[in-house]
Design a protein around this ligand. Structure first.
Ligand SMILES: [Zn+2]
Length: 273
């Protein structure tokens, strides 16, 4: 496009901003997500992990836990198959809650609502959602969102605030980590973070031997179900079900190849609802 003199200062500002971001990355904490995107993460990993642990401990005290053996076996079977590919220790808890939701927190914590278990048709659909949630953790989206806030207004107090979920700041901090809906504060992940979690999740489920085609089936099912009533964690993608499904379609050949490898190496999860 022809650049008029008026647009030059704008272009220069943009140029300066890019330079500044590079400088910041170099000086501080730039990391790369599993999909290769550069991101700013100001907080130390162990700080974010301990925030995740604290938030999860609070949730376990506040929310009713479902102890149904079948539910728990099903969820654990799917989650364990996925986390085996990631490594580390993960705790999995089923919460008594009719909403179609699940979340994963830094520090290795996974929560699944009974509403989601009732909704999915099979192990592969549950693996889609849990894989997506683990994708947010692997891509450090909590840290990234906190860092954006730190850069603007809230300062280090966010870190302490997680321990006080009854306060406004505590609820903000917890929702930045990815479980805001529990407290009525919804801070959806950005569209970029959502797509990233979709792709990481689809690859992860395929590597664990689940059928990645079911990720598309699940989102189509959500779309049909969700007229006016989308699960909170996925609100940010509104009205982008189509984009989400298209992206997963486009990435399917790679995921199917990964699943093929997994099946050949004997990874054939058998998790029954
Ligand atoms: Zn998400």
């Amino acid at each position: 496009m022809y650049e008029t003199p008026e647009t030059l200062p704008k272009a220069m500002t943009k140029h300066l901003l890019i330079k500044l971001i590079f400088l910041l990355c170099w000086l501080t904490a730039c990391s790369t997500t599993p999909t290769g995107r550069s991101q700013l993460t100001f907080l130390f990993e162990h700080e974010v992990d301990s925030m995740g642990l604290q938030a999860f401990a609070n949730l376990k005290q506040e929310k009713p836990i479902n102890h149904d053996v079948k539910n728990n076996q099903f969820v654990r079977c799917v989650a364990d198959s996925l986390t085996r590919e990631v490594g580390g220790q993960w705790e999995v808890v089923v919460f008594e809650d009719k909403t179609l939701n699940a979340f994963a927190l830094p520090g290795g914590k996974i929560g699944v609502h009974t509403g989601l278990i009732a909704f999915v048709d099979n192990q592969d659909q549950l693996a889609t959602v849990i894989g997506h949630e683990i994708g947010h953790v692997l891509a450090k989206h909590g840290n990234e969102r906190m860092s954006q806030q730190l850069g603007t207004q809230l300062g280090v107090s966010l870190i302490q605030a997680v321990a006080a979920p009854q306060t406004q700041l505590g609820q903000t901090a917890i929702s930045l980590l990815g479980v805001g809906a529990q407290y009525g504060i919804i801070m959806p992940f950005s569209r970029l973070q959502e797509s990233e979690a979709d792709i990481i999740g689809q690859e992860l489920m395929a590597k664990a031997g689940f059928d990645p085609r079911q990720s598309i089936t699940l989102w189509q099912k959500m779309e049909r179900h969700g007229q006016g009533q989308q699960p909170a964690e996925f609100l940010s993608t509104h009205p982008a079900y189509d984009t989400r499904i298209q992206d997963l379609q486009a990435h399917l050949p790679k995921a199917l190849a990964l699943q093929q490898q997994a099946l050949l190496s004997g990874k054939t999860p058998q998790c029954h609802k």
